[in-house]
Design a protein around this ligand. Structure first.
Ligand SMILES: Cc1ncc(COP(=O)(O)O)c(C=O)c1O
Length: 396
């Protein structure tokens, strides 16, 4: 019997150490990490400047409650707002996770609308196939039936529309009942599905015209993952609210809700809070991530590596592969068979001096790759050779 609740489909490996793009298990077997802890270890494992900053911070100050400010959480917040300025962001609330960030976004939309228009205009529109978190409200926001079993009743007022359908978007964004639209411009959990530029532009125009808050969930696709700091920058639009988490502190738990001009003053003292939000250790790590990632040359490398990754796989013309798609280092491959056995084979490949390969699934027949931004070209090539042999194995 396990001491853990049985909530995860775990693969049969226990890690003890990480270094760069590699993880090591208790027997010393090594694994090339194409998953980065689901987009979290964006600078790889134990990135030396991050280890140094977190260690130094631990020796100085680990926690203060939010009655007070700490120098490091202020520095982190300033860097974060500056990095999101292109997306229209002006200020930030620091949280611990993606779900918590999205909860904050929903509260902002509801209060904005209530104060301006009164009761009854509280709906939040989200997209089918979206994933926004595991709390009762963020499950309600998630537009996938499979997550809605067993846990109702959910927070009321969420409406789901199919992505890409501009008529459905126009109908759903009712100016009398809707407070906000929450969307991932590139859906992660459901298989790296990018929205079209036309759709996102139309969403921005309709939200602006009807005074509905446009809220981007950048928990997975933000922080440089797609080759721009925020993925929606590539769509040429600004948002009213943006949520971030995962890679934001390179492996320490952190999340953030950012607000643009319209929404920046919605929350007041006592409206929202989080004991660990802005925690100094996470903030110290976050400063290193922002100082490293938020540079045009670094972001351009993410785009280049992503292209190399996708071009290599496409070049195989492997019969087991149906489609390869992605933006930056956020990549998916649809395959003929089941994804999970391929993940298991990636673990089993480790041994006899040979490395294993770690990656993720996104739906039953989709492999998902979110490698660290610091991965080298040689490591991409080595990992893709392993992937090719796993696909050959799955075929035979
Ligand atoms: C787009 C998106 N939003 C929100 C979440 C929830 O984040 P967390 O698990 O940190 O609560 C996730 C997690 O996978 C996500 O991919």
């Amino acid at each position: 019997m396990s001491v853990f609740m049985n909530t995860y489909h775990r693969l049969p490996v226990t890690f003890t150490r990480g270094e760069g793009s590699w993880l090591f298990d208790a027997e010393g077997k090594k694994y090339l990490d194409f998953g980065s802890g689901i987009a979290v270890n964006c600078l790889g494992h134990n990135y030396p400047p991050l280890v140094k900053a977190v260690s130094a911070q631990a020796a100085k100050l680990i926690h203060t409650c939010n009655y007070y400010l700490s120098d490091i959480s202020l520095a982190f917040a300033e860097k974060l707002v500056a990095a999101c300025a292109k997306g229209g962001m002006k200020n930030v609330f620091l949280a611990n996770s993606g779900a918590e960030a999205n909860e904050g976004a929903c509260k902002i939309a509801r209060k904005y609308s209530l104060k301006k228009y009164g009761e009854g205009r509280h709906r939040i529109v989200t997209l089918k196939g979206s994933f926004h978190g595991r709390t009762i409200t963020t499950l309600a926001a998630t537009g996938q039936d499979k997550f809605h079993q067993d846990f109702g009743p959910f927070t009321e007022g969420f409406v789901y529309i199919p992505g890409g359908d501009i008529d459905a978007l126009d109908r759903a964004l009712d100016r009398n009942s809707v407070a906000g639209l929450l969307m991932e411009v590139v859906q992660g959990e459901s298989g790296i599905i990018p929205q079209t530029r036309e759709y996102v532009e139309k969403a921005a125009a309709l939200c602006a015209e009807r005074d509905i808050l446009l809220m981007f969930d950048e928990v997975q696709c933000g922080m440089g993952r797609t080759g721009s700091f925020l993925a929606y920058e590539q769509y040429g639009v600004s948002g009213d609210v943006t949520t971030l988490a995962k890679g934001i502190a390179g492996g320490l738990p952190a999340g953030a809700v950012l607000a643009g001009e319209k929404a920046q003053d919605v929350l007041g003292p006592g409206d929202h809070g989080s004991t660990f939000g802005g925690n100094p250790l996470a903030a110290a790590a976050g400063c290193v991530v922002l100082d490293t990632v938020n540079h045009p040359a670094f972001l351009a490398e993410i785009t280049r590596k992503g292209r190399k990754f996708m071009d290599t796989i496409r070049g195989w013309k492997h019969p087991g592969l149906k489609e390869v798609r992605g933006m930056g280092l956020m990549i998916a491959c649809d395959i003929e068979g089941d994804a999970w056995p391929v993940l298991e084979a990636g673990i089993a490949a480790a041994g006899n001096g040979k490395p294993g390969l770690l990656f993720l699934s996104a739906g039953p027949n989709t492999l998902r790759f979110l490698p660290p931004y610091t991965i080298s070209d040689a490591e991409i090539e080595e990992g893709l050779e392993i992937l090719k042999s796993l696909l050959n194995q799955a075929e035979s």
